[in-house]
Design a protein around this ligand. Structure first.
Ligand code: SAH
Length: 340
């Protein structure tokens, strides 16, 4: 099956047909594509959630500015470096620094943090995931040593984007950021939630067409899960089956992409990660944040952050990966074909 030349209508039809789960053909081809480029390797990244302060008010997100019930925290540079040390000792060679859009982290403060991590761990990749910033800011952070940047586009349909975000945010600006990051030489990650309110097979088809145009090195896809203190608290969560379909289709469209089996996928099903691997995923991002703050980084209800989802549980994660017939790979794991 070649998705490359399908129109939006044809993609939407395929999504519709595989709404409850990807069919065997889709799964087989997605897995074959992944194995062609990456073999049985599953790459592991250490996720450090270093601030849950956020100036934005995305309707779906538990750390939105308007959620006064959220208990806010931000980690000091030394604490972040402590997480990296723990991770490095465990064997991690990629650190992902994720947070809300926290105005405390000016370019100077954030660049200093990135620089210090790269100075101590020059053999490690640093991935940032801190939302929309100016091109100049992205440039400074790249210069400080950041290698990769995750910024999900959330939805590539304008009207849908406006239904998920307040008027102060726009799809056009989000896309501008992604293109700027790409041009500056970052390995870039886009992505979206599956089952977010007002999503349709057509908006999902638009997401795939946007990915095809952007050609990101990474794509984050996970189910939408409601959070009790957000405007979307009563909305239904995204399904496992449709999430797996979108993973498989993304793998077919972007064969070399680095595709995580996300925490949200692991949250809605106990075997979510394994099913994600079988649909073409090849990355996991165990939680490396200090245990004391993990419960406060709640984007959605019931988020898993202990056991196999935690950096401390690396051995049990390894066993699960091996039980699935795959291999855990702790190397930097850059995207194949990416020219540094
Ligand atoms: N502030 C950063 C990081 C956002 S959190 C940024 O703007 O990129 C990372 C991702 O979590 C978001 O991009 C979003 O797709 C996802 N997310 C947020 N709320 C969610 C929810 N309720 N259910 C599932 N995923 C959610």
């Amino acid at each position: 099956m070649n998705l490359e030349h399908l129109s939006k209508t044809e993609l939407a039809e395929l999504i519709q047909q595989n709404q409850s789960a990807p069919d065997a053909r889709l799964l087989d081809q997605a897995r074959a594509k992944k194995e062609h480029y990456y073999g049985k390797r599953i790459f592991v990244r250490g996720l450090i959630e270093f601030t849950n302060y956020c100036k934005n008010n995305c309707y779906y997100c538990g750390i939105r500015a308007g959620n006064t019930a959220a208990h806010r925290y931000r980690l000091a540079k030394e604490e972040v470096l402590g997480c990296c040390e723990t991770g490095w000792q465990l064997g991690f060679r990629t650190f992902v620094l994720q947070g809300g859009e926290d105005v405390y982290f000016t370019d100077a403060i954030l660049a200093d943090m990135v620089y210090s991590i790269k100075e101590r761990y020059p053999d490690c990749a640093v991935t940032l995931s801190v939302g929309e910033r100016s091109r100049e800011s992205y440039r400074l952070l790249k210069e400080a040593g950041a290698d990769r940047y995750l910024l999900r586009h959330e939805t590539a349909d304008d009207a849908h984007y406006q239904a998920l975000h307040p008027a102060s945010m726009s799809l056009a600006h989000r896309k501008e950021c992604l293109y700027a990051l790409k041009e500056l030489g970052y390995q870039v990650g886009a992505g979206f939630m599956v089952g977010s309110p007002h999503q349709t097979p057509e908006t999902l088809a638009e997401d795939l067409l946007f990915l095809k145009e952007l050609q990101p090195q990474m794509v984050g896809i996970g189910p939408f899960i409601p959070h009790k203190d957000t405007p979307f608290h009563a909305e239904p969560q995204g399904t496992l089956g449709l999430t797996l379909t979108m993973l498989a289709m993304t793998r077919l469209l972007l064969p070399q992409v680095l595709l995580p089996a996300t925490t949200a996928l692991g949250t809605i099903a106990p075997d979510g990660r394994e099913l994600g691997f079988s649909a073409g995923a090849n990355v996991v991002m165990p939680n490396l944040s200090p245990i004391s703050v993990r419960a406060d980084y709640t984007l959605y209800d019931n988020k898993i952050c202990l056991g196999d989802e935690a950096a401390e549980g690396l051995q049990s994660l390894r066993q699960r990966i091996e039980a699935a017939g795959l291999e855990m790979d702790l190397s930097r794991g850059d995207c194949v074909g990416f020219e540094k």
